[in-house]
Design a protein around this ligand. Structure first.
Ligand SMILES: [Zn+2]
Length: 327
């Protein structure tokens, strides 16, 4: 065993190792930051460093490609968090730069692995920016709801580590326009064409797209990530809701067969109330009439004295009413 390990030990002596971490080093994450290129999980210790990091300071291919012509995305130190959280080759994506040089901010700036930041930038440049022509004003920003965060999926305790914990995901609520308006991606009121286009382009580019209708956790934002799964399995789960509310409007219940004739019913209601009631339109169903009366009763009206004297003299006619049953 000694003979096998000796060459390794010699090699370690020859290869310059990182300086010992000073006792005053602030954070383990910071200390591990500067010498990790994009080579996978850097938890193998010095022996892995020998074979996997011949050029400790070399930027990744992704980093080299993600220029300031494409995105404002400065590199940040690697993060080594608990439970497998963290990542290497991280950037702080502050803005995406369009081919014409204009910028679409990411607010707040998103902490992402370079490949995810790069994919996001490409998506914005190619697929999102053109949507501005169908909106009222220029696209100003992506509304970043969450990027890197060390947590389980859907913030559930004990759940599998979220792609957010690997800086491999971002949640987006909407598109901010230069006019100040936020075009929510999950609001049925937002232009449906825009939401459809965003959904399609996201599902084309990202491994996971979760929105309304997926699992109950994504009703107010869209989650996208670059999770790697067996056979490149992809998830595209986002129901683009109809512009009209899904819930049917509250209609009055059908009038039951045993209900008394309308005039009788109206008289009974009036007899049971002290104040004279306003007559209802003849074609108004009794249930609707009741709810309207209830609302009127709950609304602050004129002072009681004025109301009473006025009521004795002559009931106030409702708007648009041509007659009252009680005169
Ligand atoms: Zn998410």
């Amino acid at each position: 065993m000694l003979t096998l390990s000796a060459p390794g030990a010699e090699a370690r002596e020859r290869i310059p190792l990182p300086q010992p971490r000073p006792a005053t080093a602030p954070q383990p994450e910071r200390a591990a930051a500067t010498d990790k290129p994009d080579v996978g999980e850097p938890n193998g210790g010095p022996q892995q460093a020998e074979t996997a990091a011949p050029q400790p300071q070399a930027p990744s291919a992704c980093r080299l490609a993600l220029t300031e012509q494409i995105a404002i995305a400065p590199s940040i130190p690697d993060i080594t968090g608990p439970g497998g959280c963290g990542g290497t080759d991280l950037v702080k994506l502050e803005a995406v730069v369009l081919p014409d040089g204009s910028r679409i901010a990411v607010t707040p700036a998103a902490i992402l692995r370079c490949p995810m930041a790069s994919a996001l930038a490409e998506w914005v440049r190619t697929d999102v920016a053109p949507l501005a022509s169908s909106l009222e004003s220029r696209l100003a920003a992506l509304d970043n709801f969450d990027s890197y965060e060390c947590r389980g999926r859907n913030r559930q305790r004990g759940a599998k580590l979220s792609e957010h914990g690997k800086a491999n995901a971002i949640d987006i609520r909407g598109l901010k326009l230069a006019s100040g308006r936020l075009v929510s991606l999950t609001d049925p009121v937002s232009p449906r064409g825009v939401r459809e286009s965003v959904r399609q382009s996201m599902c084309d580019r990202f491994a996971t797209v979760l929105g309304p209708g997926s699992d109950g956790y994504h009703e107010d934002h869209i989650h996208i990530d670059l999770a790697q799964r067996r056979n490149d399995y992809r998830m595209c789960q986002w129901d683009v809701h109809e512009p009209m509310p899904q819930i049917a409007p509250l209609l009055p219940a059908p009038r039951p067969d045993e209900a008394p004739p309308r005039e009788v019913a109206a008289d009974q209601r009036q007899d049971s109330n002290r104040l004279p009631q306003q007559a209802q339109p003849e074609n108004a169903p009794p249930e609707q009439a009741e709810s309207e009366q209830g609302e009127q009763a709950a609304q602050p009206g004129p002072p009681p004295a004025a109301k009473q004297s006025k009521a004795k003299a002559k009931p106030k006619k409702p708007r648009g009413e041509r007659h009252s049953e009680r005169r």
